[in-house]
Ligand binder design. Sequence first.
Ligand code: TEU
Length: 580
Amino acid sequence: DAERRWWKEAVVYQIYPRSFKDSDGDGVGDIPGIIEKADYLADLGVDCVWLNPVYKSPNADNGYDIADYRAIMDEFGTMEDWEALRDALHERGIKLIMDLVVNHTSDEHAWFVNSRASADNEFRDYYWWREGRDPSETDLDPDDYDTPETVDEVPPNDWESFFGGPAWEYDEGTEEWYLHLFDRKQPDLNWETEAVREDVFEMMEWWLEKGIDGFRMDVINLISKPEGLPDTDPENDIETIDRAVNGPKVHDYLGEMRERVLDPEFLSVGEMIGAPMPMETARQYTTPGPEGDGLSMIFHFEHVLIDRGDDPLELVEWDLPDLEAIFDRWQTGLADEGWNSLYFNNHDQPRQVSRYGNDGEYRRKSAKLLATLLHTLRGTPYIYQGEELGMTNYPFDSLDDFRDVATLNPIRNALEAGEIESFEEVKDRARAMSRDNARTPMQWDDSEYAGFTDPESTPWIGVNPNKETINVEAERDDPGSVWHYYRDLISLRKEHDVLVYGDYDPLTPEHESLWTYTRTLDDDSLLVVLNFGDGETRFEPPATLEGAKAEDLISNYDADADDVAGVTLRPWEARVYHIL
Ligand code: TEU
């Protein structure tokens, strides 16, 4: 049996402070706003909060561009506010993990300001500075880059930023280029430099001493870059992402971090972009030290890339067996070593009910089915703010409605390059995939700005008009709501060890609308039956369970079976049987 850990038993609630609750009427959420809602979190029953970045930042990427790791962003409050939040959560028995963004900093961080000041200062090697190349030695065209006219060179390699455009920026002061895998205002730190690692570890210790319970580590599998920074190789399908992920020294760096600052009692969850990831690599990241890197768990991307193509504006079709196969691979792959995280939503993903469910007629049913899945698989469930209300995607109508660089940059580039003529051409796709879907304000009530901010102010991004019906107040008043269902699921995990530690065995992996499985721990076993779709589906239990005495643990329809028998499932029906 797996070793017991609080973070295996926990349900984590993710807060995107900019969009959670504004306490001072400037249209931007803040830390005092979160404190006002601490009782809300306790009522829901969550065990831990993951706070998106609240550090000092010019906000080129909403706080993922950090200018000072030990200061709080003015818009969000002060360090005293942060300490009060920590205490408010801890007093309610809720742990707190912070976002650790150390693949890159802001270009306004003192390290980078110093680094770019001259070619020979002690901070130069904190970042990736390289000379440009002679265009004749490459396939690259100098006209594609933002350099002064007199500079006839192309970047050190052909990598592209994940937000569109080149991953290198020319610096006129020192006539070299710096690497930025994300926005140009997010230069990549050079982890080969020992002082960088030292500074990062000290900063982590500083926060841990302030009493936090762990970290969510932003794109942590990007910190080691491949030797020589080789070009991509499109002929062999090797793109920037393939060059950049899981580099040769990533396990060394994480091993050092584990020895220096991590402790198995902390929740450490590494965000690992790129997919698919070899299961061997996943196990190495999540196996306790010294055999493994000692992270508690990782966020992989396979299931959230299921509808994405190679082009940033391409959406592709998928079906249930594809989705289940991804989860089955991870459930099986980390069954004996490592641990899974379970999520469909976060601040980078469209709303789950609009993407994997049905946000029309079956919004509530499908929201509950998806919740049932994530809370009954083996791993630690993550709830993203508003998910517990069944919040949906936003009806974006024009380019002006978006705020996110990851949506805006590729569309602007495509318009500029003449690849598309108008926004209308990509509107449906942008609507379906934009990260801004997750970032519209939390819907607390049905008032003008959903109780997120003062009616006199202007929220930084639009409030979803469906706040009229989808909001905390309405959900809490209705015992049949999505909110109550989440609360029930969270408390079930506390009552049934099998939900946390039990083995997972899929029963219908090829079925186009059924996803069914058992969870088993010693003599205790559960049967989970999910009908993924708007139609009815017949479920016949396997011979081993046929006729077994059972009780319904939870369901999104009225169900009261006393044994396991064939049943016609209604649209988006989810049932969890406890086998007696
Ligand atoms: O995201 C990593 C990341 O690359 C994707 O989730 C990204 O949002 C997507 O590919 C763009 O379409 C992390 C953070 O979660 C994200 O908010 C930051 O923007 C990013 O790192 C850079 O720090």
